[in-house]
Design a protein around this ligand. Structure first.
Ligand code: XMP
Length: 323
């Protein structure tokens, strides 16, 4: 019979057996799956695991700290944080096209992550043989069920490393659905802010700025997003909505009035949706008073934003994200 306790026990035993006295690496994204996978492997092999977190500067407010502090506190995991904000901002400068942004972010991410892996291997030696991945059952089914090894091509010249590093995969969540992963995470003592986290795209806020990405625009969007999340949580609506992208229309300006003066600022879009699997979605009928509160706070508290609009488009024809 299925209990989270049984799953954890089984996986811990299997991981110990698989890894023996060798070492593993795990990339943390800030999302639920990689966090729970890492926590499970940490429970099994402790300091033989090293986690890597690439801070690309496109995370929401407080999320990097959540990984750096709360996740480490809850698990005791060894964590290597790579601050790559400047590198990502530089690579993204002046780029507005959504697919181009995705390509750049994906490419930079792999480079930074591989560099970190290479450093860990240089430091810990060839016993680093395993890569932990938070693959879930639906991912396994979708991709046709393959498993085994990851062939990581290294573009970096880190002294004495082979050109191609081949990792064996550890995928402790391969038999689980999302809600089961959350239960396992909870049982492992991970904080609610991580375990109950709603889906967030890998390219982060980079694809929630319509227009080019800059530090200034990211900071502004981070503030607006934090306010929306705070009010949705305070209203007890987190479980009712699938996710709520908050989008900055950086290339749009509209006229407003504040105090005695005319303003010429940017709109923020709220995109709360309900969904089962993100393939289709409907816009969430949020209570007007919650929307009013979010709107008032964002326009009062976020510099350069003078308008908040609500996206009332289902998917299809809209996508959940604006880019
Ligand atoms: P769309 O916008 O296609 O989004 O309706 C469906 C779901 O996927 C997420 N999403 C992404 N996740 N990388 C990701 O890891 C991406 O580039 C990406 N684009 C969209 C989105 O947040 C939603 O949950």
């Amino acid at each position: 019979n299925w209990t989270t306790g049984n799953v954890i026990e089984e996986q811990v035993a299997a991981i110990r057996e698989q890894v023996g006295d060798r070492r593993a690496i795990c990339g943390l994204s800030g999302g639920v799956d990689s966090a729970v996978a890492a926590a499970l492997v940490q429970k099994a092999i402790g300091s033989q695991l090293t986690c890597v977190y690439v801070d690309h500067g496109l995370m929401r407010k407080g999320e990097t700290e959540q990984v750096e502090k709360d996740f480490v506190a809850a698990t005791g995991v060894q964590l290597k944080v790579v601050d790559a904000e400047e590198r990502f901002l530089k690579a993204l400068a002046g780029v507005s096209d959504p697919e181009e942004k995705r390509k750049i972010i994906g490419r930079e991410f792999i480079r930074v992550f591989e560099q970190a892996q290479a450093e860990i291997i240089a430091d810990q030696g060839p016993a680093v043989e395993f890569l932990v991945q938070g693959t879930l059952y639906p991912d396994v089914v979708e991709s046709g069920g393959g498993t085994g090894t990851a062939n990581i091509k290294s573009h970096h010249n880190v002294g004495g490393l082979p050109e191609d590093l081949e990792f064996k995969l550890i995928e402790p969540l391969r038999q689980l659905f999302k809600d089961e992963v959350r239960m396992v995470g909870q049982e492992l003592g991970l904080p609610d802010e991580i375990v109950q986290r709603q889906p967030f795209p890998g390219p982060g806020l980079g694809i929630r700025i319509v227009g080019a990405v800059s530090k200034e625009r990211l900071d502004l969007l981070r503030e607006a997003d934090a306010i929306a999340r705070e009010e949705l949580t305070a209203a007890g609506l987190d479980r009712d909505i699938w996710q709520c992208p908050v989008v900055l229309l950086a290339d749009v300006r509209s006229v407003g009035v504040q105090g005695d003066g005319r303003t010429y600022g940017h709109p923020i879009v709220l995109r709360p949706v309900s969904s089962e699997d993100a393939m289709t979605a409907d816009w969430s009928r949020l209570p007007y008073d919650v929307l009013a509160k979010i709107s008032t706070r964002i326009t009062n508290e976020v510099r350069d934003v003078n308008r908040v609009v609500l996206d009332v488009t289902s998917k299809p024809p809209g996508t959940i994200e604006w880019e």
